[in-house]
Design a protein around this ligand. Structure first.
Ligand code: PMP
Length: 418
C-alpha cells in the first residue's frame, strides 16, 4: 500500500458504479473467477454484463489471439479487407446463419452495443422514411442520444439533460404470466390515422430485459409482436446485445420463438474474448446505406475478429456445447427453484443463464449483492429499483463453481429474506 492519494478517487470521473459496489482492484482472471491485487478470489456471476459468455481468458480464444498478435498481422484496419475479417464473415455465415436458415447482411457498426443499436435505428428510419420508434418500459438499449431515446430508465435518460423525443414506450411488465395480452389497443393506435400517434419506423425489443429487471418475454408474445409488425409494415429490431450469443440457451435469443426479426443487434460476447466488437444484421433488402453514410474508426478490430471466429468454431460448430449449456441451465434453475421455496417474497426471473431473483422487499437485492461481494462472489443488481439480483455466470462454468456461487446466494437470500 502506498501513501499516495488513490488516483481512482482523485482523478477518475464520478461516472462509475461497479467500483463503488465492488471496492477491489482486479488484477487477474481465469474462467469464472477473478482475483484482486491482494490475491483475494472472487467467483464471477457478472461476466462483464454479458461480454464474457465463455469465461475470462478462455484458452480456445486466447491461443489464436496470442498467435495473431505475435504474427505481425494487421491489428487495426478501419474498413479495409483483411484475412481475419474474411474468416470471421465466412465462419459466421457457415456456422451461425446458415444452419439456422437465416439470411442477413452483416454490418460492423462500431465497437459497442450502443453502436449497433444506433445503426439499427438509423437504418429503420432510412428504410421507412419514418422517425418514431416504439420500445418498452424498462428497456435498455444504450447511451447515445438515439439509443437512449428508446431506453426506459429515467435516471439514464436524465443524463441527456433534456427530454429525448421520437419514441414511445409500451408497457412490458404484463407480458409474462397469466393470460396472453392482446395487442388490440396498439393495433387501434396504429390503424387510426387521426390518433395523433405517428406510425413508428420500428419496434425495438429485448427478449429478456438484461438491465431492466430480467423480465423475459414469452415466445408466443414475441410471435404476436412479430406478426403485428409485419401486418403494419413496421420493422422489428431485436436487441440481442446481452441476451444473444448463447445466454438464453441458443445462439440467438429469439430462436425459441421461431421469429425472424428484420434487424438484429449483437455485441458483448460476439468477440468471444471481451474485446470490443458489434454486429448489426439486417434483411439484405434493407441495405439502403450509401457508402460512407455510417462509418467509424474502430470497425476493423482484427484481434476481435480472430477471437470471435475461434469462439464460434469452438462452441457453435456442432450441438455439443449447446447440449452442455442446456444441462447448466437446468442445474441453475433447479437450484433457484429450491432457493425461492425457502425465501420470503422471492421469485425467479429471466431465461437460461440470463437469470435473476426478484424480491418483493426492494432492499433485499442490494443487501444480497453486498453480502455476496464480502463472501467472494461478484453479483450485479438489475431492475428499476435494483430489486433483482442478476445471475449471469459464464456459459462455460462448471458445476462446482456454479453451486459454490449459488451457496453464497442462498446464504445471502436466507439472511435477508428468510
Ligand atoms: N443493448 C442491451 C440490451 C444492453 O444490455 C447493452 C449494455 N448493457 C447495450 C445495448 C449497450 O451496450 P454497450 O454498453 O456496449 O454500449
Amino acid at each position: 500500500p502506498s501513501d499516495k492519494p488513490d488516483i481512482f478517487e482523485t482523478r477518475e470521473s464520478a461516472v462509475r458504479s461497479y467500483c463503488r459496489s465492488w471496492p477491489a482492484t482486479f488484477a487477474r482472471s481465469q474462467g469464472a473467477k477473478q482475483w484482486d491485487e491482494d490475491g483475494n478470489e472472487y467467483l464471477d456471476f457478472f461476466s462483464g454484463a454479458g461480454a464474457l459468455n465463455y469465461g475470462h481468458n478462455n484458452p480456445a480464444v486466447m491461443g489464436p489471439l496470442v498467435e495473431y498478435l505475435q504474427s505481425g498481422a494487421v491489428l487495426h484496419s478501419m474498413d479495409m479487407k483483411t484475412p481475419a475479417k474474411r474468416e470471421f464473415l465466412q465462419t459466421f455465415q457457415d456456422l451461425i446463419l446458415k444452419p439456422r436458415g437465416l439470411d442477413y447482411s452483416v454490418m460492423f457498426p462500431g465497437p459497442t452495443g450502443t453502436n449497433t443499436v444506433e445503426a439499427a435505428l438509423k437504418l429503420a428510419r432510412k428504410v421507412t422514411g419514418r422517425q418514431h420508434m416504439l420500445s418498452f418500459t424498462n428497456a435498455f438499449h444504450g447511451m447515445t442520444l438515439g439509443s437512449l431515446s428508446v431506453t426506459g430508465n429515467s435516471m439514464k435518460r436524465e443524463g441527456a439533460g433534456i427530454p429525448l423525443t421520437n419514441s414511445s414506450k409500451i408497457p412490458y411488465d404484463d407480458y409474462f404470466d397469466g393470460e396472453m395480452p392482446d395487442f388490440l389497443w396498439l393495433e387501434k393506435v396504429l390503424a387510426d390515422s387521426g390518433s395523433g400517434v405517428d406510425k413508428p419506423a420500428a419496434v425495438i425489443v429485448e427478449t429478456v430485459q438484461g438491465e431492466g429487471g430480467l423480465r423475459a418475454a414469452r415466445a408466443e408474445w414475441l410471435r404476436a409482436l412479430s406478426e403485428l409488425c409485419k401486418k403494419h409494415d413496421i420493422l422489428l429490431i431485436v436487441d440481442d446485445v446481452q441476451a444473444g450469443c448463447g445466454r438464453t440457451g441458443s445462439f440467438f435469443s429469439f430462436e425459441e420463438a421461431g421469429i425472424e426479426p428484420d434487424i438484429v443487434c449483437l455485441s458483448k460476447s460476439i468477440s468471444g474474448s471481451g474485446l470490443p466488437m458489434a454486429l448489426t444484421l439486417f434483411r439484405p433488402e434493407l441495405d439502403v446505406w450509401e457508402p460512407g453514410e455510417h462509418n467509424g474508426t474502430f470497425r476493423g478490430n482484427n484481434p476481435a475478429f480472430v477471437t470471435a471466429t475461434a469462439a464460434i468454431k469452438t462452441f457453435w460448430a456442432d450441438n455439443e456445447f449447446q447440449n452442455q449449456l442446456a444441462d447448466t441451465i437446468a442445474e441453475l434453475h433447479q437450484r433457484l427453484d429450491s432457493i425461492v421455496e425457502k425465501a420470503e417474497g422471492a421469485s425467479i426471473r429471466g431465461r437460461g443463464l440470463l437469470a435473476g431473483l426478484h424480491f418483493e422487499d426492494t432492499e433485499v437485492a442490494e443487501k444480497v449483492a453486498a453480502y455476496a461481494f464480502e463472501n467472494g462472489l461478484l453479483l450485479e443488481t438489475s431492475g428499476p429499483e435494483d430489486e433483482v439480483i442478476k445471475i449471469m455466470p459464464a456459459l462455460t462454468i462448471d458445476s462446482r463453481d456454479l453451486q459454490a456461487g449459488l451457496d453464497i446466494i442462498e446464504a445471502g437470500v436466507l439472511k435477508f429474506a428468510p
